[in-house]
Write a protein of this length. Sequence first.
Length: 103
Amino acid sequence: MADSSPRITPEAVAKVARLARLDLAEADLARFAEQLAGMLAHFADIDALDLSSVEPMTQPYPLVNVMRDDVVSTSLDRDEVLAAAPAAEDGRFRVPPIIGLEG
């Protein structure tokens, strides 16, 4: 395993938190520094692996399009559907405005 000495200090965590406008409690800084150092150690372990024989990929498994074919078929009659609508205008559904209403 990689060096587990803390490379991230609570002061560094506080600085990054301040830059990100995060309000962290003083008691949390040491815990977060330890967690971040552990993550960096894990990344170092991954970096140490010999991956020269592994082919680069974008997905760990092949993706297959699961969508059906686009087939033209009959649909509902426009006039019949609009006749059942509460309000219609110029061949379209008429809906109440929602932008700019008070309250």
